[in-house]
Design a protein around this ligand. Sequence first.
Ligand SMILES: Cc1cc2nc3c(=O)[nH]c(=O)nc-3n(C[C@H](O)[C@H](O)[C@H](O)COP(=O)(O)OP(=O)(O)OC[C@H]3O[C@@H](n4cnc5c(N)ncnc54)[C@H](O)[C@@H]3O)c2cc1C
Length: 434
Amino acid sequence: MTEPRIVVLGGGFAGLRFVRKYRGPGHITIIDKENHHLFQPLLYQVASAALSATDIATPIRSVFQGRKNVSVVMDEVEELRLSEREVVCSRATLSYDYLVIALGGQTSYFGNDHWATHAPGLKTLEDALTIRSRMLANFELAETSSSTDERAKLMRMVIVGAGPTGVELAGSFADLTRKIFRRNFRNIQPEHSQILLVDGSERVLMPYSPKLSHSAQAQLEKLGVEVQLDTMVTDVEENRITLQRKGSDEKETLDAGLIVWGGGVAASSITQELATPKDRAGRLEVTANLSLPNHPEVFAVGDIAQVKSKNGTAVPGVAPAALQMGQYVAEYLQKKLKSQPLPPAFSYWDKGSLATIGRSKAVAQMGKVEVSGLFAWLSWLLIHLVFLIDFRNRLMTLIQWFFQYINFRAGARIIPTDQFTSRRRDSHLPPQGE
Ligand SMILES: Cc1cc2nc3c(=O)[nH]c(=O)nc-3n(C[C@H](O)[C@H](O)[C@H](O)COP(=O)(O)OP(=O)(O)OC[C@H]3O[C@@H](n4cnc5c(N)ncnc54)[C@H](O)[C@@H]3O)c2cc1C
């Protein structure tokens, strides 16, 4: 009998965990458009120049160097032909016997995709490096600017979306400007730069309890972040954003050197063309064993899957959920192909939520237990260290990373010359109110 061909789409948390845990028969091909697995929870640290790109990315090929039955393909998946059991990539079409779809999500601008150039999201390493270069170049330009008005605009950072990404990024920018930049610059006062966190909801970190949301907001404000809630974004242009408070007819236009979109998330656009049930965000509905309805040979795991927990609520798009799904399908398929009794239906174990606010503050919700401040931050650190240790060869990187993290990593603040030149060219901010 020929060996089953198992194709895994995406080397993120879910896809990687599947391949790492699967020990059944067959040959696995894992396809990703990037050559690296990315530890997305620390992306904001790269965007705020606290860590380097290499600290949070690992070549997928190196993760599986010891697994002879695993091939890694760097290519973009363009189409899924479920009835033909084929995956169309930009350079080849692959056939499969079993397919694991783990393509994750993408930033959603809620129908305003043209805002993306002026307000990058934070999903990929490229996004983080774009944000970082823009922010660093803005402070360099402000240092040599003779206009007070222009300096203020260059040092104004607007972050849209007060979910975990926006909160973590705002806190990290505050630490950088208030603690590091204030010692590095001579003509400007980076500690007075404006960091504005905007959201349409009535509180930050909506999925958390109101008590933790208020604590998070207070911790942000203590760091110097301005939080503007109940506020919608109505337009984004180059270096300019227009805001409108709920219930008000008036609009406010702000010029800002950096605008970051920490807002919505949708499933990978690949799902759009699939004739299988999806939710409004394009996430694929799955059966109890995470396979697609009418396609028992196709599984969807991680952020791309719409899974319900036992109490009927949607399983959140977080790394532990993606890891649990990848692990479940590995066990399920392995047992199926070895003709062993199959495991019971997938069930999500919620280990709680954590969001950091700067370098020594955080909020954490674990069931009924709610913690904020230093203890929550230490829990966050421990959990992320445990996640990173998932890669056996990363222990040394981890130790280095920890010391660089507590001291701030100067090397992460290098701006590539071409990016500084293009920022200088593009930074001619229009006068306020023009
Ligand atoms: C900024 C940020 C911060 C976060 N912080 C946290 C946190 O603190 N805690 C937490 O638990 N979760 C956090 N998350 C969420 C967490 O990262 C996701 O839930 C998790 O990454 C989902 O895993 P996944 O495998 O489904 O998708 P991903 O990890 O996104 O992996 C998808 C993979 O598919 C590849 N891919 C996509 N499209 C294609 C294509 N067309 N062709 C080929 N390859 C493709 C991508 O390159 C990627 O490698 C954060 C996410 C972001 C963006």
